[in-house]
Write a protein of this length. Structure first.
Length: 614
């Protein structure tokens, strides 16, 4: 829009709404009349053939840019690790690993989020062998099972896992030849020191060893083995290649612009492919810096002290942050001012004037003043939360994908966003909806270069998962007329009622979770009559409430009174739902639901915990 038209539109907005207090309905009608559809655009990106190519390009482009930022002391003074130094250590570690006979072998890594985790990952995939990231939350017996299943011959770990590794070592049930500590200064007995290996690798390079530096990469072979969430008997080993990951990285860069000025707060576990690809690897690709979160309760504090501009999280975390923010605004008596500001700045943004960060400067200062972009993954985010953050000038883009797809299949982007959807398919991804019901909802199928090679040593699962080149995601959703993907829930968690209606529990849970005082909820189906038709289901909900919040908000602390209170709240929720989605029974508790490391509910385990099994 040119300056003249922009000025005219601005004057029109001021005239129409300046004296009327920004009437909501009139504002909505005005924007609907003046809104111009945006054409889909893409950012230009640099081509990368494999992760080694990406790493080498980054070293040349951003050698002196900080890759990691950390607190040097208790006073909070910041220190930096630079790309050149970090990558030089990767090359040294890879060189040493090859000299130890690990060329072409599988190497595992398990630790809290830290720079060494990334060095092990890159030193393995960029010329040594196959990386096997392990879930840091798994108990010892499950870790041992995955180590056996994958056939890893070396494992890197932090001191947190010393006892676990000592026990596995004594049991002699695995193929492990090397136990390598990230924290030991020197080799102790049979436990190697990662620091020593890097030093020894540098000496090998100085002596002319280029076995790792000159290693050629086949970008179509398996380089990464990732286990899906679930018990060890149910989890599948996903095989990913450099080609899979690099196509995903380039696709993401085409729709979301990041620069060397951006800084990530890393808080999701690095073994999870969402954090690994979108946070860790994409930051290397774009030359961004990263700070590691001190813990979930420190998110806002860390964003501020590290001056982070970006973060990647799951719905539960954004919903907690948003609820806390809105409650604080309400306490300060500023909700009316914020709502009026949102109406005004939204109108201006429609004519190309964005002053949200200026108008809501006080709110932005709570997050350090630089946070500009948040990416949501793992599950669909409540549209109210997504829109709420965007309204105050902090962009939240919803993304969707799976471990099997490297992971991103679709996402909101810099050019076009539709609140509530998980965006449009990435440039190289095709999505179709199979077996649609009357509402157009069906299983999401995907095809593209980021889709996995397959499941390791599991031909039955591969045959079940692929059909004519299409990957069956197991998720239910639909595509709207503009190509935006909307998710309804997991195929395996859908509740099918006796009348044939499908209920997607995640949708109802999103509504329930908006109620103040509720931390999380779990919707499930049980027979209406225990002695009758087992397929004649009715909906129940288990609510996890915040005892302190309920006492403060509602002046209720006794469990019996809270039970009645939430039953009344469910009646209010029912009024907003079709009758077949009515909640018939409410259970309350303060005990958290069973969840994965990315905070998704483990539905079957939760049912078993309550004593219900099929």
């Amino acid at each position: 829009m040119n300056k003249k038209r922009q000025r005219k539109a601005l004057e029109s907005i001021m005239a129409d709404f300046g004296e009327k207090g920004y009437d909501v309905e009139e504002l909505r009608d005005y924007l609907a009349e003046t809104e111009e559809p945006k054409k889909q655009k893409l950012h230009k990106v640099r081509k990368i053939n494999d992760l080694k190519d990406m790493m080498n390009q980054t070293r040349k482009l951003f050698p002196d840019r900080p890759m990691y930022v950390y607190k040097k002391n208790k006073e909070g003074e910041l220190g930096y690790i630079y790309f050149k130094d970090w990558i030089d250590e990767v090359n040294a570690l890879g060189t040493k690993l090859i000299s130890m006979g690990l060329k072409g072998k599988k190497i595992a890594v398990i630790s809290e989020n830290r720079s060494e985790w990334g060095q092990v990952y890159m030193a393995t995939v960029c010329g040594t062998g196959i990386i096997v990231p392990l879930d840091r939350s798994l108990p010892k017996n499950e870790l041992e099972s995955l180590i056996i299943r994958s056939g890893v011959q070396a494992i890197f770990y932090s001191s947190k896992y010393n006892e676990v590794m000592d026990d596995i070592k004594k049991r002699k049930t695995t193929d492990l030849r090397y136990y390598i500590s990230m924290d030991l200064e020197k080799k102790t007995k049979s436990i190697y020191s990662m620091k020593e290996l890097i030093t020894q690798g540098k000496e090998l390079i100085e002596g002319g060893d280029k076995s790792f530096i000159d290693a050629e990469i086949n970008n179509e072979e398996m380089a990464i083995m990732l286990f899906t969430s679930g018990t060890t008997s149910m989890s599948k080993a996903v095989m990913l290649s450099h080609k899979n990951i690099c196509n995903n990285l380039m696709d993401i860069a085409k729709i979301i612009e990041l620069t060397t000025k951006d800084r990530f707060l890393s808080l999701l576990p690095l073994h999870h492919t969402f954090e690994c690809t979108v946070g860790f690897l994409h930051a290397i690709y774009k030359g961004c810096s990263t700070a590691f979160c001190d813990g979930l309760i420190h998110i806002q504090k860390n964003i501020k002290e590290y001056q982070c501009t970006c973060m990647i999280a799951v719905p539960a975390l954004y919903e907690i942050m948003y609820r806390k923010l809105m409650n604080e605004i309400e306490k300060q008596g500023k909700m009316h001012d914020v709502e009026m500001g949102i109406k005004f700045t939204t109108a201006l943004s429609k004519v190309g004037i964005d002053i949200k960060r200026r108008v809501f400067k006080e709110i932005h200062e709570q997050f350090g003043g630089k946070l500009r972009l948040c990416v949501n993954g793992g599950a669909a985010l409540d549209a109210t939360v997504e829109k709420g953050f965007n309204d105050i000038g902090i962009r939240i883009y919803q993304g969707y994908g799976l471990t099997e797809t490297s992971p991103v299949l679709s996402a909101g982007n810099d050019f076009v966003v539709r609140f509530g959807s998980v965006g449009r398919p990435l440039p190289s991804v095709k999505i179709k909806i199979a077996d649609k019901n009357d509402e157009g909802v069906g299983e999401v199928w995907a095809k593209g270069p980021s889709v996995m090679l397959g499941y390791y040593a599991n031909p039955e699962a591969n045959e079940e998962t692929f059909e004519k080149g299409w990957f069956k995601t197991g998720d239910l959703g639909y595509l709207d007329k503009d190509g935006f993907l909307w998710l309804s829930g997991r195929k395996k968690s859908v509740i099918v009622l006796a009348n044939g209606k499908n209920v997607y529990p995640e949708e109802i849970e999103n509504v329930i979770n908006r109620i103040d005082g509720i931390k999380e909820s779990f919707v499930y189906g049980l027979p209406a009559d225990p002695n009758g038709d087992p397929n004649d289901l009715e909906l129940h909900v288990k609510i996890v409430y915040d005892k302190d919040a309920c006492k403060e908000l509602y002046k209720i602390s006794k469990e019996k009174e809270l039970q009645k209170f939430f039953e009344e709240k469910m009646k209010e929720v029912n009024k907003t739902m079709p009758t077949y989605k009515y909640i018939h029974n409410v259970t309350i508790t303060t005990e958290p639901l069973i969840k994965t490391t990315t905070l998704k509910i483990k539905r079957f385990q939760e049912m078993e915990k309550m004593g219900y099994t099929k």
